[in-house]
Design a protein around this ligand. Structure first.
Ligand code: HPA
Length: 273
């Protein structure tokens, strides 16, 4: 596994002139940030040696290299989800490649269902913490010391300074943002009413099907992380209605420009940590 991570990192380092310093993972349908990147190079996943091969019809993704302001980034347009059948190691492979390329900062976005009754559909939530309900973990099995320690600390999964910075950007831009705990679950079913209630009781503010594996792998590797979520539907008792992937994507697309504004400024003005 290590050999492949190194090979892919070498391939990408050779392919670009500007070395990226920040990695960005954009959730499905949340690729608008790509338009804010002054692009140097776009590499489709299928042309990257070692990248997971998509088995899902119509699934396409690309790595975008370029600049936001003065900052060089490597953005993943589309991520690998556990529910698609990828192993946890495959889901987090790109994060490990980022680390091997010398990237120490990770920004992720996603869509999620609201559990906190104070949240409305279309709200943005800065992720302060998460709960792993995947029933799996990318670090199970042999530990590679080159990647990180056997028992990684998770006391600050999402960097507090980045949360503060994002909150201040949101306030300057008059964007209303919430803060809270993201529950990550494997999907692909949305939750039953009883499951939404359970996740709320457990301490969650939103629930979604991604992010947690990538953040675990990133923290294992000592990367500093930031995450933001768009609430696309409600899991609050009394508000639960039938939902579909299409509706989730439609709400995500509507709220996306505000999220993109926050991520673009956070990247360009990345605080010294
Ligand atoms: N549950 C799980 N994942 C989701 C949801 C949800 O309600 N909305 C968007 N992704």
């Amino acid at each position: 596994m290590l050999e492949q991570i190194k090979k892919t990192a070498d391939f990408l380092n050779d392919a670009v002139i500007e070395k990226p310093t920040i990695g960005i993972i954009l959730g499905s349908g949340l690729g608008g940030l790509v338009n804010k990147i002054e692009k140097e190079k776009v590499i489709p996943y299928k042309e990257i040696p070692g990248f997971p091969v998509s088995t899902v019809e119509g699934h396409q993704g690309a790595l975008i290299f370029g600049k936001i302001g003065e900052v060089s980034v490597m953005a993943m347009q589309g991520r690998f989800h556990y529910y698609e059948g990828y192993s946890m190691q495959q889901v987090v492979f790109p994060v490990r490649v980022m680390k091997m390329m010398g990237i120490d900062q990770l920004i992720v976005s996603n869509a999620s269902g609201g559990l906190n009754p104070d949240f409305k559909i279309g709200d943005l939530m800065i992720i302060e913490d998460h709960i792993n309900m995947f029933g799996d973990n990318p670090l199970l099995g042999k530990n590679f010391e080159e990647l990180g320690p056997r028992f990684p600390d998770m006391s600050e999964p999402y960097n507090r300074k980045l949360i503060e910075k994002a909150l201040s950007i949101a306030s300057q831009e008059s964007i209303d943002v919430k803060k809270g705990v993201y529950v990550g679950t494997c999907g692909p079913t949305f939750e039953t009413p009883a499951e939404y209630k359970m996740f709320r009781v457990l301490g969650g503010d939103t629930v979604g099907m991604s992010t947690v594996p990538e953040i675990i792998a990133a923290r294992h590797a000592g990367m500093v992380c930031f995450g933001i979520s768009i609430i696309t539907d409600s899991g609050v008792p009394g508000e639960i209605v039938e939902i579909s992937h299409e509706e989730v994507q439609a709400v995500a697309a509507k709220a996306e420009p505000l999220m993109t504004k926050i991520i673009a400024r956070l990247t360009a003005e990345f605080p010294k940590l």
